[in-house]
Design a protein around this ligand. Sequence first.
Ligand code: HEC
Ligand code: HEC
Length: 291
Amino acid sequence: MRPTTTSLLAFGLLIIGIVAVTLILILLGRIKATQHPKFFRWAHRIAGYIFIILYLFICVIMFQKLTGNSSALSAKDAIHAYLGIVIFPILIVKICIVRRFKKYYLRLPIYGMIIMIAVYMTVTLSAGYFMLSTARSQYIVLSDKGRLVRVNVNIGRKIVRQTCSTCHSLERVFSYVKTEAGWRDYVSRMRAKDQEILSDRETLEAVGYLVKNLGIDDTKMDVQLGMKIILEKCHKCHTLERIFTFKKTQAEWAQTLELMRSFDPYLLNDSEAHQVNYYLGKVLAKQQAGQ
Ligand code: HEC
Ligand code: HEC
């Protein structure tokens, strides 16, 4: 289940809890018992049942998530899980009092309050945090099976950090810039090695992150990107000074670059070569005679 769905369920739980508490507070606050006490009592009870069902449903989903996830929980997730579990025994105690031990009836509002506080802390810690970080996320629109899909780049970053470092270092990933088609191709090649590593959705999110941060657009030349590639890749055989002290015409630069590529065929892919060429031709251009 997607995090957005579980977050909405969690907020639903919080809202139903608030409704139940409000109903009972109105009832207790009434001086004249003649003002529809039955209605409030029943409404509170129904809200309570919905609350319990929703709570149990969310617990089942969360346990599935927990057992399906092999990596250790973060501190935030551990506290969240613990608070979520604590709600259970208090709920049981409250139901027991209502059903069996009427002499403790007066304590019910206190238990109700404790449950609400626990729910509030649990929900804000996970769903609240998730919603806030989603609102502040960057997005990229990618096409997926003929549809346009908005992809959350921050989720993609997490996925790349986690899954792309299981077989090789992340350096292997971050030392490249590629076109969207290039990244899609790479990620599907990586997936072919191990089908389990990514779901379809996660693949899209990983690609979204890679395209946004390590992407190259062949139709858009970018001086910054060209420089980044040079700084990253051109110091393997000689110093960068060798490059930045030169001035050449565009044609001469293209020639030099082809020479470098012939020394090492894996040095640059075509898209990277375009950007480097653009940078060299723009920034390190020799003034031609007459200009
Ligand atoms: C199942 C293991 C595995 C996982 C997971 C994996 N890779 Fe790889 N990756 C490899 C292997 C093996 C190679 C070297 C062989 C090759 O290039 O196909 C490689 C090579 C690469 C290269 C360099 C290729 C080259 O030409 O030097 C890049 C870039 C890369 N992976 C990106 C990724 C990204 C992005 C992810 C996450 C979506 C990822 N990898 C996850 C196994 C994996
Ligand atoms: C595989 C090793 C290697 C890599 C990587 C490399 N170069 Fe070179 N580069 C050389 C060698 C060898 C020479 C000396 C060639 C010569 O003097 O004829 C050289 C010389 C140069 C020169 C001086 C050429 C001249 O006209 O005198 C420039 C400029 C240059 N490289 C730019 C780059 C750029 C830009 C990159 C990154 C895209 C790069 N090099 C990456 C091996 C490399």
